[in-house]
Design a protein around this ligand. Structure first.
Ligand SMILES: Nc1ncnc2c1ncn2[C@@H]1O[C@H](COP(=O)(O)OP(=O)(O)OP(=O)(O)O)[C@@H](O)[C@H]1O
Ligand SMILES: NC(=O)c1ccc[n+]([C@@H]2O[C@H](CO)[C@@H](O)[C@H]2O)c1
Length: 192
């Protein structure tokens, strides 16, 4: 079976999980790995001099565990290529994996894994507004967005400009349906 691995990166509250879940419903033979499931326990996450837990850096994540799950998926789905009948479309012949998260493209072991990379952005005001309605565990303390989350995003975003990989940027202020429609047809085109 052919595999096709899609990265859905982006700013916090850019709509990554929403897009990934929508794609999961539409793409046949599709699995999902979410980086948010690999946060270290709070006690193991560093704290800065202001008392802010440093959640928005790679060090806060169990990336080895995530890579191990990615490699298990690859091992399970590679090497089982079947001869295709003429009527078989991309839908029946490809196994998709979506990897969704806010720090996907800075982790060098994931570099070679992606067949296609997307990155959702939303402007500062919209991001802050969306984030203020969310409750994480632990919840954001006062000043956390401006003091940690957004500065870390800007830093990572700047570093991304130096990466030698093609990344398709998506405007996260478009409607859920518009984003899904664009990405779905783009994946179908590239994967076929
Ligand atoms: N296209 C959209 N337009 C408007 N609001 C959206 C859109 N997509 C998602 N949202 C809303 O924005 C918020 C964040 O969405 P979502 O959880 O998908 O983002 P995320 O990037 O996965 O966030 P996280 O930082 O937690 O990883 C949710 O309240 C969701 O309903
Ligand atoms: N999932 C978690 O354990 C957790 C805890 C605290 C904060 N976060 C936030 O999740 C976002 C990425 O999706 C980051 O901006 C973290 O601040 C997650």
């Amino acid at each position: 079976m052919k595999t096709f691995i899609v990265g859905i990166g982006g700013v916090t509250n850019g709509g990554k999980t929403t897009l990934a879940n929508n794609l999961l419903k539409m793409l046949p033979n599709c699995s999902l790995i979410s980086q948010d499931n690999y946060f270290k326990p709070e006690a193991e996450v560093a704290t800065d001099e202001r008392g802010f837990k440093q959640f928005d850096v790679l060090d806060a994540l169990e990336m080895e565990a995530m890579m191990s799950d990615v490699h298990s998926w690859i091992t399970q789905h590679k090497g089982t290529e079947q001869p295709k009948t003429p009527q078989e479309t991309c839908e029946t012949s490809v196994h998709f994996l979506i990897i969704e998260g806010f720090l996907l493209y800075h982790y060098k072991h994931l570099d070679d894994v992606f067949d296609q990379r997307y990155f959702l952005t939303v402007p500062y005001e919209e991001c802050k507004k969306r984030r203020s309605t969310r409750v994480y565990d632990p919840p954001d303390p006062p000043g956390y967005f401006d003091g940690h989350v957004w500065p870390m995003y800007l830093k990572h975003r700047e570093e991304m400009d130096t990466l030698q990989r093609e990344i398709v940027f998506l405007d996260g202020t478009k409607t859920e349906e518009q984003i899904l429609c664009y990405v779905y047809s783009d994946i179908r085109r590239v994967a076929s």
